[in-house]
Design a protein around this ligand. Sequence first.
Ligand SMILES: Cc1cc2nc3c(=O)[nH]c(=O)nc-3n(C[C@H](O)[C@H](O)[C@H](O)COP(=O)(O)O)c2cc1C
Length: 402
Amino acid sequence: MYNVADYRAAARRRLPRGLFEFVDRGTEDEKALAAARDALDEIKFLPRTLIDVSQRTTRTTLLGREIAAPLVVAPTGAAGLMAYQGELQVARAAAAADIPFTLATGSLTAIERIAEIEGLAKWFQLYIWPDKNLSRELVARVARAGFEALVVTVDVPVPSNREYNFRNGFTLPFRPSRRNLLDVLSHPRWLLGVLARYAMTTGLPRYENLPESYRSRFTSAPMGRAMPKSDSVTWEDLHALRRAWDGRLIVKGILAPDDAERAVSVGADALIVSTHGGRMLDSALPAIRALPAVLDRIEGRVPVIVDSGFSRGSDIAKALALGASAVMTGRAPLFGVTVGGEKGAADVIEMLRTETLRVMGLLGAPTVGDLDRHHLCIPDGWQLPSARAMEYPLNSKENGWE
Ligand SMILES: Cc1cc2nc3c(=O)[nH]c(=O)nc-3n(C[C@H](O)[C@H](O)[C@H](O)COP(=O)(O)O)c2cc1C
């Protein structure tokens, strides 16, 4: 295994097709997924030479915490299906690598189990639900468990259209059909190593972090219904959440500079520019293209993180040189844990780190802070028109949070 693509290829062989595609693919015609790759490839490097890079390091500071690399494990509600106790394994790999780990609302591992991992920078990804009591209870549980940051995902007002899941007969929770049973039976390593192992130990996995009324074994209800609806959530809710949560508040799924401005004005401590890995809105502007205008608008007031389609250290270096504080990675650690458990996830994280370090050396940038836009050639026309900042009066008194 020399790179993330090698892990992806091995994961493809290991997993039932329905499960692999659930992780790997985008939505509808997958234009957002392809555009993310193209956009990263369109940026070219302009290296600087004869600079002493012998002391180069990826160590950096993010939200007041020193971390080994400007990398964060993204929330993915599926690691627990890729490998037995996959989320625990990825979280342990992140702890060993000294980078933050984000547990998803839709994960199969309880908040409290992740909380036990020592030394880990723990972030929790939250979908705000219109039922404020449910959201409030979950936030309180996250706070009790000692998580330091809440990552609020705002780019899923409605579920996306992933036709391949239906074509594969693969929905989450899983519903057995002739097609998907054949798929599972023809991948015995996964069947025995993951599914059967769960069945013989803890039982089939459940959404451990959903409110009790929504929890189910993953064989018992079709996907859309596993998550409470959140199509009426607004900025008012984010504002109220800001008051209810004392820790770091990070807003994930921002593309428009105006939304970035608004999130900061509501009290966000950091932003994540993201297309959700190309899994939600097809033809969305690639995150790496949206990044410069967001950074220009925010002018360093809060750290800006980016994700969606980063699979090489050179991709990461491009985002850092544009001005991002860190890159989140979603699929890569999932492929790692699928193939090699905790060791595989750790290997993938280390590959991304060393690739980034090598590119920094080749660019003449010994530290993350030395990377800047002078190291890049960016295609013309990438800047979005920077609309003037708007006023956002907010009133959360009447919306049920307080
Ligand atoms: C299988 C899978 C499940 C995901 N689940 C969530 C989720 O529950 N919440 C969320 O905010 N993002 C979720 N994401 C999006 C990731 O957090 C992240 O934005 C994306 O994967 C980054 O792109 P990359 O996979 O190309 O690194 C998921 C992504 C994948 C691949």
